[in-house]
Design a protein. Structure first.
Length: 433
Protein backbone atom coordinates (compact mmCIF):
# COMPACT_ATOMS: atom_id res chain seq x y z
CA UNK A 1 0.00 0.00 0.00
CA UNK A 2 2.83 2.39 0.86
CA UNK A 3 4.39 1.69 -2.53
CA UNK A 4 1.09 2.40 -4.31
CA UNK A 5 0.60 5.70 -2.46
CA UNK A 6 4.12 6.82 -3.28
CA UNK A 7 3.59 5.94 -6.94
CA UNK A 8 0.30 7.82 -7.19
CA UNK A 9 1.75 10.89 -5.49
CA UNK A 10 4.86 10.91 -7.64
CA UNK A 11 3.01 9.98 -10.84
CA UNK A 12 5.50 7.16 -11.49
CA UNK A 13 4.03 3.99 -12.99
CA UNK A 14 4.73 0.66 -11.34
CA UNK A 15 6.20 -2.37 -13.16
CA UNK A 16 3.99 -3.67 -15.96
CA UNK A 17 4.89 -7.36 -16.16
CA UNK A 18 1.93 -8.59 -14.11
CA UNK A 19 -0.45 -6.31 -15.95
CA UNK A 20 0.90 -7.36 -19.36
CA UNK A 21 0.60 -11.05 -18.41
CA UNK A 22 -3.09 -10.80 -17.50
CA UNK A 23 -4.21 -9.98 -21.08
CA UNK A 24 -6.38 -12.83 -22.44
CA UNK A 25 -4.39 -15.22 -24.65
CA UNK A 26 -1.25 -13.23 -23.83
CA UNK A 27 -2.18 -10.38 -26.21
CA UNK A 28 -0.13 -7.25 -25.35
CA UNK A 29 -1.99 -4.18 -24.16
CA UNK A 30 -0.36 -2.06 -26.86
CA UNK A 31 -2.76 -3.75 -29.30
CA UNK A 32 -5.75 -1.98 -27.71
CA UNK A 33 -7.17 0.67 -30.05
CA UNK A 34 -10.40 2.63 -29.80
CA UNK A 35 -13.51 0.66 -28.88
CA UNK A 36 -12.72 -2.98 -29.66
CA UNK A 37 -10.34 -2.27 -32.57
CA UNK A 38 -6.73 -3.46 -32.74
CA UNK A 39 -3.44 -1.68 -33.39
CA UNK A 40 -0.16 -3.34 -34.38
CA UNK A 41 1.51 -4.85 -31.30
CA UNK A 42 4.58 -2.65 -31.90
CA UNK A 43 2.55 0.54 -31.45
CA UNK A 44 3.78 3.00 -28.81
CA UNK A 45 1.40 3.72 -25.93
CA UNK A 46 1.94 6.93 -23.96
CA UNK A 47 0.14 6.23 -20.70
CA UNK A 48 0.56 6.06 -16.94
CA UNK A 49 -0.09 2.64 -15.38
CA UNK A 50 -0.71 1.79 -11.73
CA UNK A 51 -1.18 -1.53 -10.00
CA UNK A 52 -4.31 -1.58 -7.85
CA UNK A 53 -4.38 -4.86 -5.93
CA UNK A 54 -5.08 -7.56 -8.52
CA UNK A 55 -5.95 -4.98 -11.16
CA UNK A 56 -4.45 -2.05 -13.02
CA UNK A 57 -5.43 1.52 -13.81
CA UNK A 58 -4.32 3.13 -17.06
CA UNK A 59 -4.57 6.89 -17.62
CA UNK A 60 -3.85 8.56 -20.94
CA UNK A 61 -5.01 11.31 -23.25
CA UNK A 62 -3.91 14.32 -25.26
CA UNK A 63 -4.43 18.05 -25.43
CA UNK A 64 -3.56 20.42 -28.29
CA UNK A 65 -3.68 24.15 -27.54
CA UNK A 66 -3.80 25.43 -31.09
CA UNK A 67 -4.20 28.42 -33.37
CA UNK A 68 -5.95 27.20 -36.53
CA UNK A 69 -6.08 29.41 -39.64
CA UNK A 70 -7.88 28.29 -42.79
CA UNK A 71 -7.72 30.51 -45.89
CA UNK A 72 -9.98 31.07 -48.89
CA UNK A 73 -13.53 32.39 -49.10
CA UNK A 74 -14.80 29.76 -46.64
CA UNK A 75 -11.85 29.96 -44.28
CA UNK A 76 -11.72 31.22 -40.72
CA UNK A 77 -9.39 31.19 -37.72
CA UNK A 78 -9.68 30.14 -34.08
CA UNK A 79 -7.80 29.65 -30.83
CA UNK A 80 -8.90 26.46 -29.10
CA UNK A 81 -7.94 23.25 -27.31
CA UNK A 82 -8.54 19.86 -28.93
CA UNK A 83 -8.47 17.29 -26.12
CA UNK A 84 -9.52 13.95 -24.66
CA UNK A 85 -8.65 11.94 -21.57
CA UNK A 86 -9.25 8.28 -20.75
CA UNK A 87 -9.18 6.00 -17.71
CA UNK A 88 -9.31 2.22 -18.04
CA UNK A 89 -9.45 -0.04 -14.96
CA UNK A 90 -8.82 -3.78 -15.49
CA UNK A 91 -8.92 -6.79 -13.21
CA UNK A 92 -9.30 -10.57 -13.48
CA UNK A 93 -12.85 -11.89 -13.25
CA UNK A 94 -13.41 -15.62 -13.32
CA UNK A 95 -11.16 -17.00 -16.02
CA UNK A 96 -11.24 -13.74 -17.99
CA UNK A 97 -10.59 -10.05 -17.62
CA UNK A 98 -13.01 -7.21 -16.95
CA UNK A 99 -12.25 -3.68 -18.08
CA UNK A 100 -14.15 -0.49 -17.23
CA UNK A 101 -13.53 2.54 -19.44
CA UNK A 102 -14.37 6.23 -19.33
CA UNK A 103 -13.25 8.75 -21.94
CA UNK A 104 -14.14 12.43 -21.68
CA UNK A 105 -13.48 15.60 -23.66
CA UNK A 106 -13.78 19.27 -22.72
CA UNK A 107 -14.15 20.33 -26.37
CA UNK A 108 -17.77 21.53 -25.93
CA UNK A 109 -16.16 24.42 -24.01
CA UNK A 110 -12.60 24.60 -25.40
CA UNK A 111 -13.64 24.37 -29.08
CA UNK A 112 -17.33 25.31 -28.94
CA UNK A 113 -20.45 23.79 -30.43
CA UNK A 114 -19.55 24.88 -33.96
CA UNK A 115 -16.15 23.18 -33.88
CA UNK A 116 -12.88 24.40 -35.39
CA UNK A 117 -12.16 25.58 -38.97
CA UNK A 118 -11.21 22.81 -41.43
CA UNK A 119 -11.67 23.35 -45.16
CA UNK A 120 -13.84 20.88 -47.13
CA UNK A 121 -14.79 19.06 -43.91
CA UNK A 122 -18.43 17.99 -43.52
CA UNK A 123 -20.64 16.00 -41.18
CA UNK A 124 -23.17 16.57 -38.37
CA UNK A 125 -25.02 19.83 -37.76
CA UNK A 126 -25.11 23.14 -35.89
CA UNK A 127 -28.20 25.29 -35.17
CA UNK A 128 -30.34 23.20 -37.51
CA UNK A 129 -27.99 23.41 -40.51
CA UNK A 130 -25.28 21.06 -41.80
CA UNK A 131 -21.75 21.82 -40.61
CA UNK A 132 -19.33 22.50 -43.44
CA UNK A 133 -15.70 23.58 -43.56
CA UNK A 134 -15.49 22.97 -39.83
CA UNK A 135 -14.79 19.91 -37.66
CA UNK A 136 -17.44 19.33 -35.01
CA UNK A 137 -16.29 19.05 -31.37
CA UNK A 138 -16.21 15.74 -29.57
CA UNK A 139 -18.93 15.12 -27.00
CA UNK A 140 -18.22 15.44 -23.28
CA UNK A 141 -18.84 11.69 -22.97
CA UNK A 142 -16.78 9.94 -25.64
CA UNK A 143 -16.88 6.47 -24.08
CA UNK A 144 -18.47 4.83 -21.06
CA UNK A 145 -18.06 1.09 -21.53
CA UNK A 146 -17.51 -2.36 -20.07
CA UNK A 147 -15.39 -4.94 -21.89
CA UNK A 148 -15.13 -8.57 -20.78
CA UNK A 149 -12.79 -11.03 -22.48
CA UNK A 150 -12.11 -14.64 -21.56
CA UNK A 151 -10.32 -17.57 -23.15
CA UNK A 152 -12.36 -20.66 -23.94
CA UNK A 153 -9.51 -22.71 -25.45
CA UNK A 154 -5.74 -22.49 -25.78
CA UNK A 155 -5.97 -20.09 -28.73
CA UNK A 156 -9.60 -18.98 -28.70
CA UNK A 157 -11.40 -16.30 -26.71
CA UNK A 158 -14.76 -14.56 -26.50
CA UNK A 159 -15.44 -10.88 -25.87
CA UNK A 160 -18.46 -8.77 -24.95
CA UNK A 161 -18.48 -4.97 -25.11
CA UNK A 162 -21.40 -3.00 -23.60
CA UNK A 163 -21.28 0.76 -24.03
CA UNK A 164 -23.89 3.38 -23.12
CA UNK A 165 -21.43 5.54 -25.10
CA UNK A 166 -18.83 3.83 -27.22
CA UNK A 167 -17.69 2.61 -30.61
CA UNK A 168 -19.25 -0.19 -32.68
CA UNK A 169 -17.22 -2.56 -34.86
CA UNK A 170 -17.08 -0.14 -37.79
CA UNK A 171 -14.04 1.48 -39.36
CA UNK A 172 -10.37 1.51 -38.46
CA UNK A 173 -8.95 2.58 -35.11
CA UNK A 174 -10.44 6.08 -34.67
CA UNK A 175 -8.12 8.91 -35.70
CA UNK A 176 -7.42 10.31 -32.18
CA UNK A 177 -5.93 6.90 -31.26
CA UNK A 178 -3.90 6.04 -34.36
CA UNK A 179 -0.12 6.41 -33.95
CA UNK A 180 0.04 7.29 -37.66
CA UNK A 181 -1.75 10.58 -36.95
CA UNK A 182 -1.11 11.06 -33.23
CA UNK A 183 0.85 14.31 -33.67
CA UNK A 184 -1.69 15.88 -36.05
CA UNK A 185 -4.23 18.00 -34.12
CA UNK A 186 -6.79 18.19 -36.97
CA UNK A 187 -9.24 15.51 -38.10
CA UNK A 188 -9.25 13.81 -41.53
CA UNK A 189 -11.77 15.22 -44.03
CA UNK A 190 -12.78 11.57 -44.62
CA UNK A 191 -13.84 11.18 -40.98
CA UNK A 192 -17.53 10.54 -41.76
CA UNK A 193 -16.68 8.02 -44.46
CA UNK A 194 -14.44 5.92 -42.20
CA UNK A 195 -14.46 6.31 -38.39
CA UNK A 196 -17.36 8.72 -37.81
CA UNK A 197 -19.14 6.23 -35.50
CA UNK A 198 -16.44 6.36 -32.80
CA UNK A 199 -18.87 8.20 -30.49
CA UNK A 200 -22.16 6.29 -30.52
CA UNK A 201 -24.85 6.41 -27.84
CA UNK A 202 -25.66 2.73 -27.41
CA UNK A 203 -23.44 -0.18 -28.52
CA UNK A 204 -23.40 -3.95 -27.98
CA UNK A 205 -20.50 -5.86 -29.56
CA UNK A 206 -19.73 -9.57 -29.35
CA UNK A 207 -16.58 -11.13 -30.74
CA UNK A 208 -14.54 -14.28 -31.07
CA UNK A 209 -10.75 -13.98 -31.29
CA UNK A 210 -7.47 -15.84 -31.47
CA UNK A 211 -3.98 -14.48 -30.84
CA UNK A 212 -3.87 -13.09 -34.37
CA UNK A 213 -7.47 -12.54 -35.57
CA UNK A 214 -10.83 -11.26 -34.36
CA UNK A 215 -14.32 -11.47 -35.86
CA UNK A 216 -16.93 -9.27 -34.21
CA UNK A 217 -20.46 -7.97 -34.74
CA UNK A 218 -22.23 -4.93 -33.28
CA UNK A 219 -25.81 -3.82 -32.69
CA UNK A 220 -25.94 -0.07 -32.14
CA UNK A 221 -27.80 3.24 -32.34
CA UNK A 222 -27.20 4.58 -35.86
CA UNK A 223 -27.91 8.26 -35.15
CA UNK A 224 -24.87 10.51 -34.89
CA UNK A 225 -24.53 12.83 -31.85
CA UNK A 226 -26.60 16.00 -31.90
CA UNK A 227 -25.26 19.54 -31.48
CA UNK A 228 -25.83 19.50 -27.69
CA UNK A 229 -22.47 17.98 -26.78
CA UNK A 230 -22.92 17.52 -23.04
CA UNK A 231 -25.95 15.23 -22.83
CA UNK A 232 -26.85 11.61 -23.66
CA UNK A 233 -28.51 11.25 -27.06
CA UNK A 234 -31.09 8.55 -26.39
CA UNK A 235 -34.42 10.35 -26.88
CA UNK A 236 -36.43 8.75 -29.68
CA UNK A 237 -33.61 6.36 -30.56
CA UNK A 238 -33.00 2.63 -30.26
CA UNK A 239 -30.48 -0.02 -31.30
CA UNK A 240 -31.43 -0.04 -34.98
CA UNK A 241 -28.14 -0.54 -36.85
CA UNK A 242 -25.62 -3.35 -37.21
CA UNK A 243 -22.09 -4.06 -38.39
CA UNK A 244 -19.40 -6.72 -38.69
CA UNK A 245 -15.61 -6.42 -38.78
CA UNK A 246 -12.70 -8.79 -39.28
CA UNK A 247 -9.25 -7.84 -37.92
CA UNK A 248 -6.04 -9.76 -38.56
CA UNK A 249 -2.66 -9.05 -36.97
CA UNK A 250 -0.31 -11.21 -39.07
CA UNK A 251 2.74 -10.07 -37.10
CA UNK A 252 3.72 -7.54 -34.43
CA UNK A 253 4.11 -4.69 -36.92
CA UNK A 254 0.82 -4.98 -38.83
CA UNK A 255 -2.93 -4.85 -38.31
CA UNK A 256 -5.38 -5.15 -41.21
CA UNK A 257 -9.16 -4.98 -41.04
CA UNK A 258 -12.31 -4.88 -43.17
CA UNK A 259 -15.87 -3.93 -42.19
CA UNK A 260 -19.48 -3.51 -43.27
CA UNK A 261 -22.25 -1.56 -41.51
CA UNK A 262 -25.86 -0.67 -42.03
CA UNK A 263 -26.42 2.68 -40.31
CA UNK A 264 -30.03 3.75 -39.94
CA UNK A 265 -30.87 7.46 -40.19
CA UNK A 266 -27.46 8.80 -39.09
CA UNK A 267 -28.17 12.49 -39.75
CA UNK A 268 -30.80 14.30 -37.69
CA UNK A 269 -31.47 16.72 -40.59
CA UNK A 270 -32.20 13.84 -43.01
CA UNK A 271 -34.10 11.25 -40.96
CA UNK A 272 -35.34 9.38 -44.06
CA UNK A 273 -31.82 8.62 -45.29
CA UNK A 274 -29.78 5.62 -44.15
CA UNK A 275 -26.54 4.19 -45.50
CA UNK A 276 -24.37 1.16 -46.07
CA UNK A 277 -20.74 1.73 -45.04
CA UNK A 278 -17.85 -0.46 -46.17
CA UNK A 279 -14.11 -0.16 -45.80
CA UNK A 280 -10.72 -1.66 -45.14
CA UNK A 281 -7.50 -0.52 -43.48
CA UNK A 282 -3.86 -1.50 -43.07
CA UNK A 283 -1.92 -0.10 -40.09
CA UNK A 284 1.78 -0.61 -39.51
CA UNK A 285 4.37 0.43 -36.91
CA UNK A 286 8.08 -0.35 -36.78
CA UNK A 287 10.97 0.72 -34.59
CA UNK A 288 13.39 3.45 -35.72
CA UNK A 289 16.70 3.34 -33.89
CA UNK A 290 16.48 2.85 -30.14
CA UNK A 291 13.76 5.40 -29.28
CA UNK A 292 11.86 6.16 -32.48
CA UNK A 293 8.90 4.66 -34.33
CA UNK A 294 7.44 4.96 -37.80
CA UNK A 295 3.67 4.44 -37.97
CA UNK A 296 1.55 4.55 -41.13
CA UNK A 297 -2.02 3.80 -42.20
CA UNK A 298 -3.80 3.27 -45.52
CA UNK A 299 -7.58 3.45 -45.13
CA UNK A 300 -10.45 3.08 -47.60
CA UNK A 301 -14.01 3.92 -46.61
CA UNK A 302 -17.22 4.37 -48.60
CA UNK A 303 -20.83 5.37 -47.98
CA UNK A 304 -23.76 4.10 -50.05
CA UNK A 305 -26.71 6.36 -49.28
CA UNK A 306 -30.21 4.86 -49.08
CA UNK A 307 -33.19 7.16 -49.47
CA UNK A 308 -34.23 10.39 -51.24
CA UNK A 309 -30.69 11.82 -51.27
CA UNK A 310 -29.10 8.56 -52.34
CA UNK A 311 -26.58 8.38 -55.16
CA UNK A 312 -23.64 6.28 -56.32
CA UNK A 313 -21.13 4.85 -53.87
CA UNK A 314 -19.05 7.72 -52.42
CA UNK A 315 -15.49 6.63 -51.67
CA UNK A 316 -12.60 7.99 -49.63
CA UNK A 317 -8.91 7.13 -49.28
CA UNK A 318 -6.50 8.27 -46.57
CA UNK A 319 -2.75 7.71 -46.45
CA UNK A 320 -1.08 9.03 -43.29
CA UNK A 321 2.25 8.58 -41.57
CA UNK A 322 4.20 9.78 -38.53
CA UNK A 323 7.97 9.35 -38.31
CA UNK A 324 9.18 9.82 -34.71
CA UNK A 325 12.95 9.89 -35.15
CA UNK A 326 14.09 9.76 -31.53
CA UNK A 327 11.23 10.50 -29.12
CA UNK A 328 11.91 14.24 -29.59
CA UNK A 329 11.60 15.09 -33.29
CA UNK A 330 8.61 13.90 -35.31
CA UNK A 331 7.43 14.53 -38.87
CA UNK A 332 3.89 13.72 -39.97
CA UNK A 333 1.76 13.89 -43.09
CA UNK A 334 -1.62 12.97 -44.50
CA UNK A 335 -2.98 12.73 -48.06
CA UNK A 336 -6.74 12.35 -48.62
CA UNK A 337 -9.30 11.95 -51.36
CA UNK A 338 -13.08 12.05 -50.72
CA UNK A 339 -16.13 12.20 -52.96
CA UNK A 340 -18.65 14.59 -51.37
CA UNK A 341 -22.04 15.87 -52.47
CA UNK A 342 -23.31 19.42 -52.83
CA UNK A 343 -25.60 18.78 -49.84
CA UNK A 344 -22.65 17.73 -47.66
CA UNK A 345 -20.52 20.72 -48.71
CA UNK A 346 -23.58 23.04 -48.60
CA UNK A 347 -23.34 24.32 -52.18
CA UNK A 348 -26.77 25.97 -52.67
CA UNK A 349 -26.12 26.79 -56.35
CA UNK A 350 -25.96 23.11 -57.35
CA UNK A 351 -28.44 20.22 -57.07
CA UNK A 352 -27.97 18.49 -53.73
CA UNK A 353 -26.92 15.20 -55.35
CA UNK A 354 -24.10 16.75 -57.40
CA UNK A 355 -20.81 14.98 -56.58
CA UNK A 356 -17.39 16.62 -56.16
CA UNK A 357 -13.94 15.09 -55.87
CA UNK A 358 -12.06 16.92 -53.13
CA UNK A 359 -8.72 16.28 -51.47
CA UNK A 360 -6.24 17.50 -48.90
CA UNK A 361 -2.51 17.25 -48.28
CA UNK A 362 -1.03 18.11 -44.86
CA UNK A 363 2.56 18.06 -43.60
CA UNK A 364 3.84 18.91 -40.14
CA UNK A 365 6.65 18.82 -37.62
CA UNK A 366 6.57 18.47 -33.84
CA UNK A 367 9.36 18.76 -31.28
CA UNK A 368 9.09 17.57 -27.69
CA UNK A 369 10.57 20.32 -25.53
CA UNK A 370 10.33 18.92 -21.98
CA UNK A 371 8.10 17.45 -19.28
CA UNK A 372 5.70 19.14 -16.88
CA UNK A 373 4.17 17.18 -13.97
CA UNK A 374 4.53 13.87 -15.81
CA UNK A 375 3.33 15.25 -19.16
CA UNK A 376 5.46 15.61 -22.26
CA UNK A 377 5.15 19.06 -23.84
CA UNK A 378 5.68 19.47 -27.57
CA UNK A 379 5.37 22.34 -30.02
CA UNK A 380 4.31 21.79 -33.60
CA UNK A 381 3.29 23.34 -36.89
CA UNK A 382 1.01 21.93 -39.59
CA UNK A 383 0.52 23.24 -43.11
CA UNK A 384 -2.15 22.04 -45.50
CA UNK A 385 -3.40 22.58 -49.04
CA UNK A 386 -6.84 21.50 -50.19
CA UNK A 387 -7.95 20.59 -53.69
CA UNK A 388 -11.40 21.37 -55.11
CA UNK A 389 -12.67 21.09 -58.72
CA UNK A 390 -12.81 24.14 -60.99
CA UNK A 391 -16.58 24.54 -60.57
CA UNK A 392 -16.00 25.22 -56.85
CA UNK A 393 -13.33 27.86 -57.48
CA UNK A 394 -15.81 30.70 -56.89
CA UNK A 395 -17.07 29.07 -53.67
CA UNK A 396 -13.63 28.62 -52.09
CA UNK A 397 -11.85 31.55 -53.78
CA UNK A 398 -9.24 29.17 -55.18
CA UNK A 399 -8.83 25.61 -56.39
CA UNK A 400 -6.11 25.15 -53.76
CA UNK A 401 -7.12 26.93 -50.53
CA UNK A 402 -4.52 26.47 -47.79
CA UNK A 403 -4.36 26.38 -44.00
CA UNK A 404 -1.86 26.54 -41.14
CA UNK A 405 -2.04 25.43 -37.50
CA UNK A 406 0.50 25.98 -34.72
CA UNK A 407 0.09 24.22 -31.39
CA UNK A 408 1.36 23.14 -27.99
CA UNK A 409 0.70 19.46 -27.23
CA UNK A 410 0.56 17.72 -23.83
CA UNK A 411 0.41 13.94 -23.32
CA UNK A 412 1.67 11.42 -20.74
CA UNK A 413 5.46 11.27 -20.92
CA UNK A 414 7.12 8.51 -22.97
CA UNK A 415 10.28 6.61 -22.16
CA UNK A 416 12.54 9.19 -23.78
CA UNK A 417 10.66 12.00 -22.07
CA UNK A 418 11.11 11.03 -18.47
CA UNK A 419 8.15 8.69 -18.06
CA UNK A 420 7.17 5.32 -19.52
CA UNK A 421 6.23 4.37 -23.03
CA UNK A 422 4.96 0.83 -23.54
CA UNK A 423 6.07 -0.75 -26.80
CA UNK A 424 5.10 -4.03 -28.38
CA UNK A 425 7.75 -6.73 -28.32
CA UNK A 426 8.35 -7.58 -32.00
CA UNK A 427 11.02 -10.18 -31.27
CA UNK A 428 9.02 -12.05 -28.65
CA UNK A 429 6.05 -14.41 -28.76
CA UNK A 430 2.87 -12.79 -27.53
CA UNK A 431 2.46 -13.45 -23.83
CA UNK A 432 6.19 -13.99 -23.23
CA UNK A 433 7.50 -12.26 -20.11
Amino acid sequence: MRRLLLALIAGAPLPLRAQMDMQPLGIPETRMGSGTSWLPDASPMHAAHYMLGRGTLMLHGKGFFQYDWQGGSRGSNQLGIVNWGMAAASRPLGSGQLQLRAMLSAEPWTIGSRGYPLLVQSGESYQGAPLHDRQHPHDLFMELAVLYERPVARNLGLSLYLAPVGEPAVGPVAFPHRPSTGDDPLAPIAHHWQDGTHITFGVVTAGVFTRSAKLEASWFNGREPDEIRTNFDYAGRRLDSYSARLIVNPGPRWSVSAWYAYQRSPEVLNPDESLHRIGASALTTQAVGTKGTWSSALIYGANDQIGPGGGPLASSVVLESTLDLDGTNAFFGRAEYVRKSAAELVIPSAPSTTEYDVGALALGYQRTVGTVAGFAAGVGVRGSVNFVPSNLNAVYGSRTPAGVAIYLRLQPAGAGEGGMKMDGMPGMHRGSP
